[in-house]
Design a protein around this ligand. Structure first.
Ligand SMILES: [Zn+2]
Ligand SMILES: [Zn+2]
Length: 75
């Protein structure tokens, strides 16, 4: 999966964990998983090597296929 910069829409090729670096903007963006139902950030649960996402606003476990990925600039 290619991660696109939220500012210039170019592919961000540098990644470290949840952080991405855009060479064009020279900025660092943090990847945040949001709930497709309520749009709040999801809690990341790592269990047995698999990662699940949990909505704390009543929608429960959200499958990885349904999460909405957003990128927020890191100051
Ligand atoms: Zn950019
Ligand atoms: Zn939710």
């Amino acid at each position: 999966m290619t991660s696109l910069c939220p500012r210039c829409r170019k592919a961000m090729l540098w990644r470290e964990g949840d952080r991405f670096y855009c060479e064009s903007c020279r900025r660092v963006y943090q990847q945040i998983a949001r709930c497709p139902e309520c749009e709040h950030p999801l809690e990341k649960l790592a269990a047995c090597g698999a990662v699940d996402y949990f909505c704390q606003h009543g929608y429960g476990l959200i499958s990885k296929k349904r999460i909405v990925l957003k990128y927020e600039e890191v100051a």
